[in-house]
Design a protein around this ligand. Sequence first.
Ligand code: ZN
Ligand code: ZN
Length: 592
Amino acid sequence: MIKKILYATCLGFLALIGCKKDGSSIGALPGKDDAAFAVYENSFLEGLWKLDPNWATSVGYHKYDSLLLVPDNKLRDKLVTYAKVQIDSLSRFEVNTLNESNRIDYRIMQNQMELLEWKLQQLKEYQWNPASYNVTGTFAYILNEHYEPLAQRLRHFYQKMANIPAYYKEAEKQIKNPVAELTSLAINQHIGGIGIFEKDFADSLKKTNIPAAEQKQMMSRAKTSADAIKAYAEWLKALKNDKPHSFRLGKELYEAKFKYEIQSDFTAQQIYNSAVERKKYLHREMAKISKKLWPKYFGNAPVPADSLELISKVIDTLSAKHAEPADFQSAIEKEIPKLTAFVKTKDLVTLDPSKPLIVRREPGYMSGVAGASMSSPGPYDKGGNSYFNVGSLSGWPATRAESYMREYNNYTLQILCIHEAIPGHYVQLLYANKTPGLIKSIFGNGAMVEGWAVYSEEMMLDNGFGGDDPEMRLMWYKWHLRSVCNAILDYAVHTQNMTQQDALKLLTHEAFQQQAEAEGKWQRVTVSSVQLDSYYTGYKEIMNLRNDWKKKAGDKYKLKEFNEKFLSYGSAPVKLIKDAMLTKPADNNTGK
Ligand code: ZN
Ligand code: ZN
């Protein structure tokens, strides 16, 4: 489940990043056909990248790599104007005259511009979220991705550093009564990212033949940058914050954020209600399996009368089978070929062997939110690497590491790998990068992406992965309960004032999580919102869509065909994919 993919996290950067000159960049003249729309899409993106070079870099568009824009009021005004102009430009197209792919793009672009306006004018995260000013990720990206010769990337890195002091000075001006939890996160992430300037940059310089005098200058600016970042972290530490903004979003902002970020047919409240029902269903099924397994593991011992206690005891016994904390990464590496073979044998979805997956230790600049995640090549960087980032447990107290490894035991570790890699995120994102056009990848929908990963877990089990063992099914239910409880937790915490105590009780008692996992989840829900809702929402929508598709296909239904058709739309919102898959194209367009 774990966490958002790299470029999805960048959606959050949008609100804060700087602008060059005149950002309002009006698009090409609108027309009524697809050719005109394609021209407009291009200018739409070009205008956006000028206003948000960090986002551009993260998706693989490198024209503005050397720019860091200062996040001041003027920049925000330019972004709002940009959004208004684009909404107006879009309204001059007749959406029904566009082909299927462009109709989806149109609705994504319109939603994105509404989201941008809403974020800057209603959500105002730039005031209360100090972590949203973190630039270390973009610098790390320039340093680590091999899209241009090293010396060239380092020179862009150098030019981009010029504005770091001004950038953080402005951040200090913009921040008012920040959320305490986000302040701590910002301090940790900024300190965690300093190594990029203090060490990684220098190490990389040594590998180039950039003249010594120039290198010296570059090193000196890296020092100034590191100092500015440290000063920001120190400023945050010392900040007198008597009336911090609550980390809880409240119902109104939450529903609005859900509407724009998830783009679902459901409301957040409906998803919450559905998740509560799903939890009850899972508890019933888990009790049945646990009763069946009881004699195998507990012999003649009396079966606990309380069904949650019964389930918990069986899960606890099964969780004892786990790798050593030091072997977490190598255990993951061993799973990948097994999953590849299974997907091929069962003919579930076509895999692309030319794009290998690299398992690596999670880079420092990413840490602080979750333990394992995928980073995939951006839409402009189709040849880039796919990384399976694994957090290190070294330095953890033994009891915490043990608790974590019980959570990622021999059963759930396999599910983790399905979710993150095959046929989960890694496979989905390879398909997404094959989708023609850029809009669907650039504005990748988190609920579609996470929903696919959750859906793929169940699909693997339903096709016999794990040998139809009741143990595996029980542990998957437990794992799936996590997605379901993520949705319950996120909504209840942000809109119903759920306390930390009740949250931990839900996660440990009703979702059978280890203490370390539950505490990590609590931390995450205090520094994010709506994102935890995306897993269950996307899953539910994909399952609904597959049922509808099945009915429509009748005897001709093939799972692989559904999977590949679904993935062929890229990371578009499930709602829009559904419209495309279930609706016949209009008469006057050729589709595509
Ligand atoms: Zn995921
Ligand atoms: Zn153990």
